[in-house]
Design a binder for this molecule. Sequence first.
Ligand SMILES: [Fe+2]
Length: 304
Amino acid sequence: MQALFTTFNPSVTEEVANSEAALTFPIHPMKIPLEDDYEDILQKALSGWQLDVETLHSRSGLSRAAVTNALDGCVEEVTARALAPLLQLDADALLAIGKRSWEPARERFTGLKQISTAFRNMRVNAWILHDANSGDAAIFDTGTDEKLLLDYLRGNKLTPRGLFLTHAHADHILALPALRRELPHLSVYAPSGEPVSSAIPLSAGHCIRAGTLTVEVRSTPGHSPDGLTYLVPLGDRNIAFVGDALFAGSMGGAANAWQEALTAVRRQILSLPGDTVLCPGHGPATTVKEERRHNPFHALHFKD
Ligand SMILES: [Fe+2]
């Protein structure tokens, strides 16, 4: 994972703080980096395809040192182009991330709020989407600090109509008990295959009304056993909350269900209209169009 706070989050307003940091530093907009670096991508593909350094060395003709250096983050074009086909990665997309020459295009989307909170040595996203006409809001994952979500909801006079959990990993649901205490009537939804206490179980094909918002449920397992993606049409755009199934320029680890994860992302997320806004569990927002072209794990499948 990349170091914190290095690049710009292109498509949404950011609020990066947690209770601990806020005591020491002023809360201010910060740039949210891509979640994964060059070496993270190589390592995820290596483990996903159940390969090892020796196999890459023998199949690529590269020295063991060259392979190891790449896995440690040394970006060399010759090495990247030799390794990419063995790892089923798009070499151009991989190199663009290695050279930091790509990030998702900048755009703004009214009604969408990204709230990034600290979890161990990384950050995790919660998202709030609201309908400006009705003030109805839906929350997607909790992150680790309920206060930021509550402040945003109250500060903007929004009515929370549902909390949708993409999966049950600890960083995505840590603030759930506190949110429940503050919003005792809020409906909480979770994947049926990843039960969360008192949450309403959801499966692919369900469609939930959250006030004036409509939330369609899609199945994107792999990173977690029953991970869900939530698709919400708003105005003339679609917004998809994808959890850790996909990151801008990468995807969540799925060493035990690699092919399942790849297939689910392509069928359930990257098949959506190109201007669909994608809101991942970590890192910046992106779009389907950006990921079809620039995600090293998927770009090969969308080339003309
Ligand atoms: Fe996760």
